[in-house]
Design a protein around this ligand. Structure first.
Ligand SMILES: O=C(O)[C@H](CS(=O)(=O)O)OP(=O)(O)O
Ligand code: MG
Length: 230
Protein backbone atom coordinates (compact mmCIF):
# COMPACT_ATOMS: atom_id res chain seq x y z
CA UNK A 1 0.00 0.00 0.00
CA UNK A 2 1.33 3.40 -1.01
CA UNK A 3 0.59 5.97 1.68
CA UNK A 4 1.00 9.70 2.03
CA UNK A 5 0.30 11.96 4.97
CA UNK A 6 -0.91 15.45 4.12
CA UNK A 7 -2.23 18.44 6.00
CA UNK A 8 -5.39 20.11 4.79
CA UNK A 9 -3.45 22.96 3.05
CA UNK A 10 -1.42 20.39 1.09
CA UNK A 11 -4.45 18.72 -0.54
CA UNK A 12 -4.04 19.72 -4.17
CA UNK A 13 -6.25 17.26 -6.04
CA UNK A 14 -8.91 14.83 -4.82
CA UNK A 15 -7.35 11.56 -3.68
CA UNK A 16 -8.92 8.25 -4.57
CA UNK A 17 -9.00 6.94 -1.01
CA UNK A 18 -8.78 9.30 1.96
CA UNK A 19 -8.58 8.60 5.67
CA UNK A 20 -9.27 11.83 7.51
CA UNK A 21 -7.84 11.70 11.03
CA UNK A 22 -8.91 13.88 13.93
CA UNK A 23 -8.17 12.23 17.26
CA UNK A 24 -8.84 15.31 19.41
CA UNK A 25 -11.63 15.53 19.09
CA UNK A 26 -13.95 15.55 16.10
CA UNK A 27 -13.93 11.90 15.08
CA UNK A 28 -13.75 10.56 18.63
CA UNK A 29 -16.89 12.63 19.19
CA UNK A 30 -18.44 11.30 15.97
CA UNK A 31 -17.81 7.72 17.06
CA UNK A 32 -19.39 8.41 20.44
CA UNK A 33 -22.40 9.96 18.72
CA UNK A 34 -22.94 6.71 16.79
CA UNK A 35 -22.39 4.70 19.96
CA UNK A 36 -25.13 6.77 21.58
CA UNK A 37 -27.51 5.92 18.75
CA UNK A 38 -27.10 8.68 16.16
CA UNK A 39 -28.24 7.57 12.71
CA UNK A 40 -25.96 9.87 10.75
CA UNK A 41 -23.74 12.92 11.06
CA UNK A 42 -23.95 15.75 8.55
CA UNK A 43 -20.59 17.53 8.26
CA UNK A 44 -21.31 21.25 8.04
CA UNK A 45 -19.24 23.81 6.16
CA UNK A 46 -19.67 26.55 8.78
CA UNK A 47 -21.51 27.31 12.02
CA UNK A 48 -24.02 29.28 9.95
CA UNK A 49 -24.64 26.26 7.70
CA UNK A 50 -25.07 24.05 10.76
CA UNK A 51 -27.69 26.38 12.18
CA UNK A 52 -29.44 26.71 8.81
CA UNK A 53 -29.64 22.91 8.54
CA UNK A 54 -31.07 22.70 12.04
CA UNK A 55 -33.61 25.40 11.20
CA UNK A 56 -34.78 23.27 8.24
CA UNK A 57 -34.74 20.10 10.38
CA UNK A 58 -35.68 21.03 13.95
CA UNK A 59 -35.15 17.46 15.16
CA UNK A 60 -31.48 17.50 14.22
CA UNK A 61 -28.79 17.98 16.88
CA UNK A 62 -26.35 20.79 16.12
CA UNK A 63 -22.86 20.35 17.56
CA UNK A 64 -19.78 22.54 17.26
CA UNK A 65 -16.41 22.92 18.91
CA UNK A 66 -15.58 25.67 21.35
CA UNK A 67 -17.79 26.77 24.24
CA UNK A 68 -21.57 26.22 24.27
CA UNK A 69 -23.07 28.57 21.68
CA UNK A 70 -26.57 29.91 21.02
CA UNK A 71 -28.58 27.62 18.74
CA UNK A 72 -26.26 24.65 19.24
CA UNK A 73 -27.29 21.64 21.29
CA UNK A 74 -23.91 20.12 22.09
CA UNK A 75 -20.16 20.73 22.10
CA UNK A 76 -17.32 18.71 20.59
CA UNK A 77 -16.52 16.70 23.71
CA UNK A 78 -16.64 12.90 23.99
CA UNK A 79 -16.88 13.17 27.76
CA UNK A 80 -19.94 15.37 27.52
CA UNK A 81 -21.52 13.42 24.66
CA UNK A 82 -21.13 9.94 26.09
CA UNK A 83 -24.24 10.27 28.27
CA UNK A 84 -26.42 11.83 25.56
CA UNK A 85 -29.36 9.90 24.14
CA UNK A 86 -29.05 10.29 20.37
CA UNK A 87 -31.17 7.31 19.34
CA UNK A 88 -32.23 7.74 15.73
CA UNK A 89 -31.08 11.35 15.63
CA UNK A 90 -29.17 13.20 12.94
CA UNK A 91 -26.23 15.21 14.27
CA UNK A 92 -24.84 18.24 12.41
CA UNK A 93 -21.16 18.67 13.29
CA UNK A 94 -18.85 21.63 12.65
CA UNK A 95 -15.34 21.73 14.06
CA UNK A 96 -12.12 23.59 13.37
CA UNK A 97 -10.11 20.74 11.87
CA UNK A 98 -11.87 17.39 11.49
CA UNK A 99 -14.98 18.37 9.58
CA UNK A 100 -12.95 20.79 7.43
CA UNK A 101 -10.56 17.96 6.50
CA UNK A 102 -13.39 15.64 5.50
CA UNK A 103 -15.08 18.28 3.36
CA UNK A 104 -11.74 18.98 1.65
CA UNK A 105 -11.67 15.42 0.23
CA UNK A 106 -15.36 15.03 -0.50
CA UNK A 107 -14.60 14.15 -4.16
CA UNK A 108 -12.62 11.06 -3.18
CA UNK A 109 -14.17 7.70 -4.04
CA UNK A 110 -13.79 6.51 -0.44
CA UNK A 111 -13.61 8.80 2.61
CA UNK A 112 -13.06 7.29 6.04
CA UNK A 113 -13.03 9.47 9.16
CA UNK A 114 -10.96 8.11 11.99
CA UNK A 115 -9.33 8.34 15.38
CA UNK A 116 -7.81 5.77 17.71
CA UNK A 117 -11.27 4.66 18.86
CA UNK A 118 -11.98 3.20 15.41
CA UNK A 119 -8.40 2.48 14.29
CA UNK A 120 -8.59 -1.25 13.65
CA UNK A 121 -12.03 -1.06 12.04
CA UNK A 122 -10.67 1.64 9.71
CA UNK A 123 -7.57 -0.39 8.86
CA UNK A 124 -9.77 -3.40 8.16
CA UNK A 125 -11.77 -1.47 5.57
CA UNK A 126 -8.53 -0.52 3.80
CA UNK A 127 -7.39 -4.15 3.86
CA UNK A 128 -10.65 -5.71 2.75
CA UNK A 129 -11.11 -3.23 -0.09
CA UNK A 130 -7.54 -3.80 -1.21
CA UNK A 131 -6.77 -0.08 -1.31
CA UNK A 132 -3.35 0.38 -2.89
CA UNK A 133 -3.00 4.19 -2.62
CA UNK A 134 -4.24 5.92 0.51
CA UNK A 135 -4.02 9.56 1.48
CA UNK A 136 -4.15 10.23 5.20
CA UNK A 137 -5.34 13.72 6.03
CA UNK A 138 -3.64 14.90 9.22
CA UNK A 139 -6.20 17.51 10.15
CA UNK A 140 -4.66 19.29 13.11
CA UNK A 141 -2.12 22.12 13.03
CA UNK A 142 -1.78 22.24 9.26
CA UNK A 143 -0.70 18.60 9.16
CA UNK A 144 1.72 18.73 12.08
CA UNK A 145 -0.60 17.63 14.91
CA UNK A 146 1.22 14.64 16.34
CA UNK A 147 -1.92 13.00 17.79
CA UNK A 148 -3.36 12.86 14.27
CA UNK A 149 -0.10 11.91 12.55
CA UNK A 150 0.58 9.14 15.10
CA UNK A 151 -2.92 7.72 14.61
CA UNK A 152 -2.62 7.93 10.81
CA UNK A 153 0.74 6.15 10.84
CA UNK A 154 -0.65 3.47 13.15
CA UNK A 155 -3.69 2.84 10.93
CA UNK A 156 -1.43 2.73 7.86
CA UNK A 157 0.75 0.06 9.45
CA UNK A 158 -2.28 -1.93 10.61
CA UNK A 159 -3.74 -1.69 7.13
CA UNK A 160 -0.71 -3.40 5.68
CA UNK A 161 -1.30 -6.26 8.06
CA UNK A 162 1.79 -5.97 10.19
CA UNK A 163 1.33 -6.72 13.90
CA UNK A 164 1.97 -3.17 14.94
CA UNK A 165 2.05 -2.39 18.65
CA UNK A 166 0.05 0.73 19.53
CA UNK A 167 1.86 1.85 22.69
CA UNK A 168 4.33 4.29 21.13
CA UNK A 169 1.68 5.86 18.90
CA UNK A 170 -0.67 6.38 21.83
CA UNK A 171 2.20 7.82 23.86
CA UNK A 172 2.87 10.39 21.15
CA UNK A 173 -0.79 11.36 21.09
CA UNK A 174 -0.86 11.68 24.87
CA UNK A 175 2.15 14.02 24.67
CA UNK A 176 0.70 16.16 21.88
CA UNK A 177 -0.06 19.84 22.03
CA UNK A 178 -3.78 19.12 21.68
CA UNK A 179 -3.73 16.81 24.70
CA UNK A 180 -1.95 19.47 26.74
CA UNK A 181 -4.38 22.17 25.65
CA UNK A 182 -7.36 20.01 26.55
CA UNK A 183 -5.87 19.12 29.93
CA UNK A 184 -4.88 22.70 30.73
CA UNK A 185 -8.23 24.24 29.80
CA UNK A 186 -6.86 26.15 26.81
CA UNK A 187 -9.58 24.61 24.64
CA UNK A 188 -13.20 25.17 25.56
CA UNK A 189 -16.17 22.85 25.81
CA UNK A 190 -14.04 20.21 27.53
CA UNK A 191 -14.77 17.35 29.94
CA UNK A 192 -11.91 16.14 32.19
CA UNK A 193 -12.08 12.69 30.59
CA UNK A 194 -11.76 13.92 27.00
CA UNK A 195 -8.07 13.10 26.47
CA UNK A 196 -8.42 9.62 27.94
CA UNK A 197 -11.50 8.95 25.82
CA UNK A 198 -9.64 10.05 22.68
CA UNK A 199 -6.87 7.56 23.47
CA UNK A 200 -9.11 4.50 23.86
CA UNK A 201 -7.75 2.17 21.21
CA UNK A 202 -10.44 0.33 19.23
CA UNK A 203 -13.20 1.38 21.63
CA UNK A 204 -15.72 0.85 18.81
CA UNK A 205 -16.05 -1.94 16.23
CA UNK A 206 -17.22 0.22 13.33
CA UNK A 207 -15.42 2.37 10.78
CA UNK A 208 -16.96 5.69 9.71
CA UNK A 209 -17.59 6.35 6.02
CA UNK A 210 -18.51 9.75 4.59
CA UNK A 211 -20.48 10.02 1.35
CA UNK A 212 -22.37 12.70 -0.52
CA UNK A 213 -26.12 12.60 0.01
CA UNK A 214 -28.31 15.29 -1.53
CA UNK A 215 -25.35 17.69 -1.73
CA UNK A 216 -24.48 17.15 1.94
CA UNK A 217 -21.49 15.20 3.24
CA UNK A 218 -22.88 12.52 5.52
CA UNK A 219 -20.95 10.29 7.90
CA UNK A 220 -22.30 6.87 8.86
CA UNK A 221 -20.92 3.91 10.79
CA UNK A 222 -19.87 0.94 8.71
CA UNK A 223 -20.00 -2.38 10.48
CA UNK A 224 -17.70 -5.17 9.38
CA UNK A 225 -19.12 -7.16 6.50
CA UNK A 226 -19.08 -10.94 6.52
CA UNK A 227 -16.23 -12.66 4.74
CA UNK A 228 -12.51 -13.14 5.13
CA UNK A 229 -10.13 -10.32 5.97
CA UNK A 230 -7.29 -9.98 3.49
O1 LIG B 1 -12.69 20.66 19.58
C1 LIG B 1 -11.49 20.51 19.32
O2 LIG B 1 -10.73 19.86 20.01
C2 LIG B 1 -10.91 21.21 18.10
C3 LIG B 1 -11.14 22.68 18.26
S1 LIG B 1 -9.74 23.64 18.52
O3 LIG B 1 -8.62 23.06 17.77
O4 LIG B 1 -9.49 23.67 19.94
O5 LIG B 1 -10.06 25.00 18.02
O6 LIG B 1 -11.56 20.86 16.92
P1 LIG B 1 -11.26 19.54 16.08
O7 LIG B 1 -11.78 19.81 14.69
O8 LIG B 1 -12.04 18.46 16.73
O9 LIG B 1 -9.79 19.29 16.10
MG1 MG C 1 -8.17 17.87 16.29
Amino acid sequence: METRFLGIPELAEAPSVAVVVDVMRAFTVAAWAFARGAEKIVLAESPEDALALKARHPGWVALKDGPPAPGFDAVNSPGLLRSADLAGRTVVQKTTAGTVGALAVREASLVLCAGFVVAEATARVLRTRGCDRVTFVVTGEGGRADEDLACAQYIALRATGTGTEATDFLRRAAASRAAAELAEGVRQGVHPDDVALCLELDRFPFAMVATSEDSLMVLRPSVRSAGPDR
